[in-house]
Design a protein around this ligand. Structure first.
Ligand code: DAH
Length: 330
């Protein structure tokens, strides 16, 4: 009987070693350990052998059953790993194939127009200055001749913050920062975001301006007009008419607003794109410049408005919705 078990063992082990697939393994398992297997036959015949030999044969047969089960399980793990490796080898990614392509980024129209505006004014000798988005009440209003109860504060729909600070309502406070820091001559432009509590098709709570300031001895209104006319002509070409309209700002005197003709959906209208004027004497006093020695002009233009004219856009909100169909046109 022991001999039979030994031959079952060597026969079974060589069959297990030869296995090549999980399917074959399942078949072999039922052949080796199923009810009709040679090993089961031995177990069934145990009652027929002499009583004293039964424990030895029984023990041997059970050990063989355990060993074959162990070997089959080990083989199963090996075959699973082999099948996975074969699959991965046959299905390797070809990294040399061309991709389906992915879109490259582009500049936002507001960035394009801001850079365009700044590049023209840079050429006229204006240096770029920047100021913070959170401003003191002093820089945003008071030093610009807009006192605590000045009616012009109404126009600014301000987001007030703590400790007498505000989200700047315009880029004009950069004028004050510059003049507090340096003596004339000054020629700066200040691009940046500004904030107002305001929203409709032509107003957004966040928008963009470029401020300009030129201060020296003998600067006149003609300098202002000549500079802005040359600049606007470069910006818009001959296609758009430009008009200066007298206006009022507390920080300039005299003051103007500049409108540009704008045709959209077959209708021509004027769109206001900037305020400008000669720097008010009180502003010079606030920054300790002598208003009898120096004069200057300032201007502040709205980037969204200019972009709307250049690209014929009728709703300011398109700039902020981040719709790809819109953004990829620029
Ligand atoms: N800060 C003004 C505004 O946002 C625009 C402006 C007007 C700026 C006249 C100027 C200026 O520098 O001189 O409405």
């Amino acid at each position: 009987m022991i001999d039979i078990l030994n031959s079952i063992k060597s026969d079974s082990i060589s069959k297990i070693n030869e296995l090549d697939s999980l399917h074959e393994l399942d078949q072999l398992k039922s052949f080796l350990l199923g009810k009709k297997s040679p090993l089961m036959d031995v177990l069934k015949d145990i009652p027929k052998i002499p009583l004293e030999k039964r424990p030895v044969i029984g023990k041997e047969a059970n050990q063989l059953k355990q060993e074959l089960t162990k070997r089959l399980n080990k083989k199963r793990d090996e075959l699973i790993n082999k099948e996975r490796d074969d699959f991965l080898n046959q299905n390797q990614a070809d990294v040399t194939l061309p991709t389906s392509g992915f879109p490259s980024g582009s500049y936002h129209p507001i960035t394009i127009v801001t850079r365009y505006v700044c590049s023209i004014l840079n050429r006229y000798g204006y240096a770029i200055k920047q100021g913070p988005n959170i401003e003191t009440d002093f820089n945003n209003f008071e030093a610009l001749n807009i006192g605590p109860n000045h009616p012009a504060r109404d126009m600014h729909d301000t987001f007030y913050l703590k400790n007498k600070t505000v989200l700047r309502t315009h880029t004009s406070p950069v004028q004050i920062r510059t003049m507090l820091e340096q003596e004339p001559p000054i020629k700066i432009i200040a691009p940046g975001k500004v904030y107002r509590c305001d929203a409709d098709t032509s107003h957004s709570p966040v928008f963009h301006q470029v401020e300009g300031l030129c201060v020296d001895k003998h600067i006149t209104f003609s300098d202002l007009k000549g500079t802005l006319e040359a600049f606007l002509h470069e910006l818009f070409g001959d296609e758009h008419a430009i008009r200066f309209r007298s206006s009022y700002f507390p920080f300039t005197e005299p003051s103007v607003e500049v409108d540009v003709s704008y045709t959209i959906n077959g209708k021509t209208t004027w769109l206001e794109i900037m305020g400008a004027g000669m720097v008010q004497r009180n502003v010079f006093r606030q920054v300790s410049y002598d208003p009898d020695s120096y004069t200057g002009f300032a201007f502040g233009l709205g980037i969204e408005r200019i972009a709307m004219i250049l690209y014929k856009i009728d709703n300011i909100r398109l700039f902020y919705e981040n719709d790809h169909r819109f953004l990829t046109q620029f």
